[in-house]
Design a protein around this ligand. Structure first.
Ligand code: TGC
Ligand code: FAD
Length: 397
């Protein structure tokens, strides 16, 4: 049976001509890097629970660490270029993209937005070059979706702060040189009421430990740990002066969630493309399964949702470039795109039949990874409730 060439997803989404030359160039160079340097190792890294530390300098060189920040050695990319670049990383693996999201949106962003000039000059250029790696400690064993319930406390002692508590599920923690840790303090300016503040905790601080979380069946090529703080002393100079209240960490999440929304479609695309290729050559009942209507129905649904997600992301990214995106729009994009990326990966896994459970094909790896992406940065339910609250005016948390 002779088959016509399949239409690429790009042709259906038709956003290519809306991109600038610079945006295309950034996307294409990240694409080349991922396909040449990462994909040949992807299955093994996943299997062996290993993050490819040796790729950090190249990721930094492409300007992907703190990519959307201005100054301090950061690339100052627009939101479209940033989204496209992260999507290419996640075409490789969600763990590779997580590394860049955490470093840029969750560690460099709060230092850039809430830090002192001294903190910015001391840390950001080295973080942009990948010489200093950060992690972001918000979630606790008993405070995930509701970070306001955190039990980590910081108490002032002279010109130092003493931190006690623990953080759970912290990406990059085991090898990070520093952590942005969010903790409760009694705030004098708020009349002694509790407030949440951000602290830069450096690796050599006494009482700072970061045990690795083992046995994950998802994001295995990303390193996840805990942060344990036992009378951990942090100098006054390491408090983020401009972050006060839960809005501090939540504003970092807006940045990360935006990137994830677009990036998750990269995992979906990898699943879709490899599945179309497979379906065109896998003969069952005498014909390629791509010629079966039930398979086509699934491929069409996969393609449609990826394309719709791309168009949504493109629109919101241009809004973000004008500083007009709202947290509710970010929630809509994260919930929609990650939810569909996971569905696409599950459908791809099914179409591959028995081969779908092998690491030789990308579907099972992406499917398992996306289970984490579905949960972190606000679970699907949290984003539903953020939107529900905005649309009805009723808080259903
Ligand atoms: P709520 O009363 O709504 O708000 C408290 C204060 O925060 C402000 N705020 C925001 N500010 C900026 N951006 C947002 N998106 C904001 N949402 C709220 C709000 O204005 C208020 O300020 P103020 O000055 O009036 O005090 O707070 P709530 O306690 O009802 O909680 C809201 C909720 C549930 C939406 C929030 O807690 C939430 O988003 N929970 C999910 C937690 C989460 O997403 N954690 C992610 C941890 S990091 C991670 O997963 C990294 S994964 C690795 C990777 O990225 O690869
Ligand atoms: P819970 O909050 O216990 O939720 C359990 C279930 O209840 C979920 O299905 C949730 O949607 C649902 N639920 C909660 N509240 C409601 C409600 N009001 N109504 C209905 N349903 C509700 N955190 C960091 O701070 N830094 C990191 O770098 C980081 N990296 C991560 C990496 C990985 C691989 C993973 C898995 C997580 C990471 N996280 C990180 C933590 C992540 O953000 C949390 O797992 C997430 O916020 C959910 O919290 P939880 O796991 O405690 O689930």
């Amino acid at each position: 049976m002779s088959l016509a060439e399949p239409m690429p997803l790009e042709a259906l989404a038709a956003i290519e001509h809306l991109l600038t030359d610079e945006e295309r160039m950034i996307r294409d160079s990240v694409r080349r890097f991922v396909r040449e340097k990462f994909l040949p190792r992807a299955a093994r890294l996943f299997e062996e629970e290993e993050f490819p530390m040796d790729l950090i300098p190249q990721i930094a060189e492409m300007g992907l660490l703190g990519a959307s920040l201005e100054g301090y050695g950061c690339a100052g990319m627009g939101a479209v270029a940033y989204g496209l670049a992260l999507q290419e990383l996640e075409y490789g693996d969600s763990g590779l993209r997580s590394f860049a999201s955490v470093q840029g949106s969750l560690c460099m962003y709060p230092i850039h937005r809430f830090g002192s000039e001294e903190q910015k000059e001391r840390l950001l250029p080295k973080m942009a070059r990948g010489e200093l790696i950060g992690c972001f400690g918000l979630t606790e064993p008993d405070a995930g979706s509701d970070p306001g319930a955190m039990k980590t406390y910081a108490q002032r002692d002279g010109n130092e702060w003493v931190l006690n508590g623990s953080k759970m599920w912290i990406t990059n923690a085991p090898f990070a040189h520093l952590a942005v840790v969010w903790a409760k303090v009694k705030d004098k300016e708020l009349g002694g009421a509790e407030s949440i503040r951000g602290f830069i905790v450096e690796r050599d601080a006494k009482g700072f430990e970061t045990p690795t979380v083992h046995g994950k069946m998802s994001l295995r090529a990303s390193t996840t740990g805990e942060i344990v703080l036992t009378d951990c002393r942090v100098p006054d100079a390491n408090v983020l002066p401009k972050a006060k209240g839960l809005g501090g960490p939540l504003s970092c999440l807006n940045q990360a969630r935006f990137g994830i929304a677009w990036a998750a479609l990269g995992a979906a695309k990898a699943c879709y493309e490899s599945t179309v290729q497979y379906a065109r050559t896998r003969i069952v009942f005498g014909k390629p399964i791509a010629s079966k209507q039930l398979i086509q129905a699934q491929l069409v649904e996969m393609a449609s949702e990826i394309v719709k997600g791309e168009i949504l992301s493109y629109h919101f990214a241009r809004l973000k470039e004008q500083d007009k995106i709202t947290p509710q729009q970010v929630s809509l994009a994260k919930k929609n795109n990650v939810g569909w990326a996971l569905q696409v990966a599950r459908m791809a896994r099914g179409i591959l039949g028995g081969n779908g459970i092998l690491l030789e094909y990308p579907a099972i790896r992406h499917m398992l990874n996306l289970e984490s992406v579905y949960t972190y940065e606000g679970t699907n339910e949290v984003h539903t409730l953020i939107l529900g609250r905005a649309l009805t005016g009723c808080d259903a948390f």
